[in-house]
Design a protein around this ligand. Sequence first.
Ligand SMILES: Cc1cc2nc3c(=O)[nH]c(=O)nc-3n(C[C@H](O)[C@H](O)[C@H](O)COP(=O)(O)OP(=O)(O)OC[C@H]3O[C@@H](n4cnc5c(N)ncnc54)[C@H](O)[C@@H]3O)c2cc1C
Length: 438
Amino acid sequence: MKIAILGGGITGLTSAYYLAKDGHQVTILEKEKVLGGLASGFKSKNWNWYLERAYHHLFANDYDILNFAKEIDFDKIYFRSPETSSLFGNEIRLRSSSFDGQAMKQSNNFSVYPLDTPLDLLKFPLLGFIDKLRAGLVILFLKLSPFLSMYKKMTSEEFLKKNMGIKVWNTLWQQLFRGKFGKYAGIISSSFIWARIKKRTKGLGYVEGGFQIFISYLETTLKRLNVKTLKGYEVKNIEKRGEKFIIDGQTYDKIISTLPTPVMTKLTTNIFSPKYLSHFNKLKYLHAITLILETDKPILDKTYWLNICTEKIPFMILAQHTNFANKKNYNNNHLAYIGWYVDGDSKLLKMDKDELVKLVFPHLKKINPNCSIVSLFNSYMFKAPFAQPIFDQDFEKNMPTFKTPDKNFFIANLDMTYPYDRGTNYAVKLGKQVSEFI
Ligand SMILES: Cc1cc2nc3c(=O)[nH]c(=O)nc-3n(C[C@H](O)[C@H](O)[C@H](O)COP(=O)(O)OP(=O)(O)OC[C@H]3O[C@@H](n4cnc5c(N)ncnc54)[C@H](O)[C@@H]3O)c2cc1C
């Protein structure tokens, strides 16, 4: 059978692998000049390793992608336990400014605390013992609990306030939700917080050479299976003739769309009814922006991942990649990601990378005062539309499913990882699952 896969991200590549192995004639149509979609990377001329456009790591329990890597004999995934922390501002009253060793840094009324293990939580000075005990027990409950229907009935805010208490919500969670979901922070289903806590592991995985090495390996494997890959090919029109689909004069028996739902919706108005597509128009998204700073000194001394839990810093994540992957792979320079999730009308989306650098630099000095001696060699900026679906309580009702009203058109995209936050692990899982419908 002739199958067109729309989108050459990890979902598209994985489904191509399974379909080609089953003997189908597969063509991948990818808009960008490189495969890999949201997980793709780039390489500056002095680097030995690729770097993802957006920070990427795996969790130790990402079994779908780990098993898939084994299946295709890819052995370059390794695990580390880098330091992850959260930064709090002085809107939270500090109980002690000279806490014994837990505060890694306290400057300009900002404090950084690790919050990775039960012991970290126990030592966390911004909450009292009873609040910490309560928070710890709820986290343990969520870790052990299977998915329960009650999670669908409450927002994360309601669930966390009710079970951990308002003080814990205000201190630990409120700013994390604001950073991740912006104006939608208050309507995120508690399914999300269940999935988030369930999945998190201290050990984080990375690919020797960057995720792009995994993607290139997969591309080579697909070539051997005679998969045709059209890169730099934006699908703009799909026609239906009888049971078949025509894209630019080429005929296909079946289509798998891995495109973001809003992109697919626009492309399929002559295939699907307005009623079917109207569900997708109800889904909400934020766009991701990443700014990468290549510097002579690290912005964070030891920490890999720093959640920004204060509105005084105008971004939500600072990830010092070279505290996770060795800087020797990047010409001994230090690489840090700054990240945002923004609404379609955000002024940040209109800024170029120099404007973003200007916006963030004064704040880096507040986070780490030594930062004033950092020289910026290079910066890179990437924007990913519709990269963060908003898991509100109606999301599940309106999200796409593998099968559509057209028996030859299938969907597998990152909306369908619900209740889990999107990830390469689920891209592999969805790619495999959708191939089983063909
Ligand atoms: C900021 C950020 C951080 C992340 N961090 C992690 C992480 O730490 N770990 C992790 O595992 N995952 C992470 N992810 C998620 C992960 O990258 C995605 O879940 C995964 O890559 C999705 O793969 P996909 O193939 O489903 O979608 P995509 O990668 O979005 O693939 C869809 C493809 O369709 C193409 N396309 C779009 N329109 C057209 C068109 N008209 N014609 C042809 N092609 C088109 C796109 O170019 C893209 O290549 C992160 C994502 C973001 C945005």
